[in-house]
Design a protein around this ligand. Sequence first.
Ligand SMILES: NC(=O)c1ccc[n+]([C@@H]2O[C@H](COP(=O)([O-])OP(=O)(O)OC[C@H]3O[C@@H](n4cnc5c(N)ncnc54)[C@H](O)[C@@H]3O)[C@@H](O)[C@H]2O)c1
Length: 335
Amino acid sequence: MKNILVTGGAGYIGSHCVKRLVNDAYNVTVLDNCDVGHEVAVERASGGEAKLVQADLRDTETVTQTLRDNEIEGVIHFAALAQVGESVQYPLRYYDNNAAGSVSLLRAMDRAGVNRIVFSSTCATYGEPASMPIVETMPQQPINPYGWSKLMTERALIDYGSSNGGFAFAVLRYFNVAGSDPDAVIGEDHTPESHIIPAVLNCALGKVEKMSVFGTDYDTPDGTCIRDYIHVNDLVDAHVHVINALEAGDQRFYNLGTGTGTTVLQIIEAGRDVTGHAIPAEMGPRRPGDPPMLYADPSKIKNELGWQAKCTDIKQMVADAWGWFKNNPDGYGDK
Ligand SMILES: NC(=O)c1ccc[n+]([C@@H]2O[C@H](COP(=O)([O-])OP(=O)(O)OC[C@H]3O[C@@H](n4cnc5c(N)ncnc54)[C@H](O)[C@@H]3O)[C@@H](O)[C@H]2O)c1
């Protein structure tokens, strides 16, 4: 496979994937409406090598034409809205953009005869699992419209895949994606920023006054919530590995995490170590809808495809993210 379409390639994870694919000499086309993402991220990620088609997933005509014009053989589908709180406030926006947008993409692939796709799903599709670690066969019961919009897309993939024997897909359910490429030319720039590591680093930069810790009485070693962090470059490495492994008829589902749990206080401590800044933290009550622990059993992808994350050191992830934040305190400076 040589010609790949990256949807959402102007975003945080998508731009890292573009950088990796261009480095590996793929021909990369990005489709992104740039509502949330950054045009300049594609330029920086690819040194001008990747072509950006500024269009919406729901514009089936343009997506079909883009697939045909660039002789696309496989799609890596990152484009989505991804703010849980916003999805609760504006659920239809999420069902339309994420679920209907993905159906539009599948329709375009069907018309253009493109038969391979890797889809960004999320551990949010599991909701609040009864036990840890999370394995792929556990029940999926999302607790917000964001998670449901992803689960609906998983379902559309299964049903479409079952109707088209030449089609193959992989659903990758990410845990918490962290870090930046060590070159520090691309990175995480979301408005608003809901992820903890960027919040810690914005605190180090003096842009956020203090960290708020929601809940200190969970049944975890230091009382704060546990999450599973995976380095963004490991994550994109998995995508390249998986898309090349797909064969007609495949319907693959994998968790992408490290299997290691890190508490909120450990993240703040790593931020202090890496940046040398105090990072004040204020302890507060639990937040509704926050499961105490979420971490993956990542063994399925290792057993089936021989892939596993290389970076398991949270300090390394924070240090790489810090490289980007320190060099680019205003992010891309375009929003
Ligand atoms: N960041 C995480 O920790 C995490 C965890 C689990 C899953 N995910 C998933 O990974 C994917 C990428 O996440 P991210 O953090 O890079 O998000 P991001 O917001 O940085 O990037 C998403 C990109 O998609 C584009 N986009 C959104 N809707 C579009 C549409 N209808 N048409 C065209 N372009 C559109 C945006 O402009 C943006 O550039 C998302 O699907 C997200 O749900 C992320």
